[in-house]
Ligand binder design. Structure first.
Ligand SMILES: N[C@@H](CCC(=O)N[C@@H](CSC=O)C(=O)NCC(=O)O)C(=O)O
Length: 281
């Protein structure tokens, strides 16, 4: 399937380009943005998964990742947060389910057959990136994300084993125990919240491969309204890390920060530097 260039903007001496393509996973058209720094490449690739209500533009426009990515010579990829226009039940009734709220899982409920975000990001998107002809090194990939996208980054990293590093801003870390996750899993999965264990970062820490050590960094704010209302549960994840003796996980509570992109931009540079260490090693 052809990948179509929608527009290109020069940015920190590199270029941010929006592409459109037919996704086989979604059965629909989808869009993604790619930032490629100045120079010949090939450039290692860092994905950013955005949160509820967002799309491929949110992280690209508000995350301030391009400047540090240009400095470290890393390409950035910003996919959309769900399929759009699938006409699945309740697709557009609420902001935390359906359009803009795909949770980066492969839905098993037949009514949500279009919601194949895991397969789209881990398997199809790298193929679409190859088709762009951009100078990308797809053997060197890292992943990061915010909130629902933080859950996506953690679960894709843990499940697929194909990323060298993972970081997250205010991630949902134990979705089967929080209201957003329960609602998503009850809808998208035939087996409901119980089946959601397969898509829950805290549960996935029990995978045998994890014993070899991880490369995970995450931050959250102690004034984050969604942390305070029990949607993120970072302590559950960190307690499980401790209980299992897993190495290579750093979770940091940041005083006074909320859930917004002002929080994300405050630590964007540190996160890109963390990935650069592993992507360029
Ligand atoms: N109902 C509100 C709140 C939506 C919201 O806060 N979305 C966050 C992600 S929350 C977890 O995934 C977000 O990143 N919003 C985009 C932004 O620019 O802040 C609403 O509909 O706005």
């Amino acid at each position: 399937m052809p990948v179509t260039k929608v527009k290109t903007n020069k940015c920190f001496s590199g270029h941010l380009t929006k592409f459109s393509a037919h996704s086989e996973s979604y059965g629909l058209e989808t869009k993604f943005n790619v930032f490629v720094p100045e120079g010949e490449g090939p450039f290692s690739v860092l994905y950013y998964l955005a949160g509820l209500t967002c799309d491929e533009d949110t992280g690209a426009m508000k995350g301030t990742f391009e400047s540090p990515a240009a400095k470290h010579g890393i390409a950035l990829v910003f996919p959309d947060t769900s399929p759009r226009g699938s006409n699945s039940p309740n697709d557009t009734l609420s902001w935390d389910f359906g359009t803009g709220a795909g949770f980066y899982i492969d839905a098993s409920h037949p009514s949500y057959a279009a919601y194949q975000g895991y397969t789209y990001v881990t398997h199809e998107l790298p193929e679409l990136l190859r088709e762009t002809g951009l100078a990308l090194d797809l053997e060197r990939q890292g992943i990061m994300g915010h909130s629902m996208g933080g859950h996506g980054a953690l679960t894709l990293y843990l499940k697929s084993g194909q990323y060298r590093s993972c970081s997250a801003f205010a991630p949902i870390t134990n979705p089967r125990l929080c209201p957003w996750g329960k609602k998503a899993f009850a809808g998208y999965l035939k087996g409901g919240v119980e089946e959601g264990k397969e898509w829950d970062a805290t549960e996935l820490l029990g995978l045998s491969r994890v014993k070899e050590g991880l490369r995970i960094l995450f931050d959250w704010g102690d004034a984050d309204e969604f942390y305070l209302s029990g949607q993120l549960l970072p302590e559950n994840f960190l307690n499980k890390v401790k209980e299992l003796g897993v190495e290579g996980v750093q979770g940091r509570k940041r005083e006074g920060y909320d859930h917004s992109y002002y929080f994300i931009m405050s630590f964007a540079e540190e996160h890109v530097a963390f990935h650069a260490k592993w992507l360029k090693a």
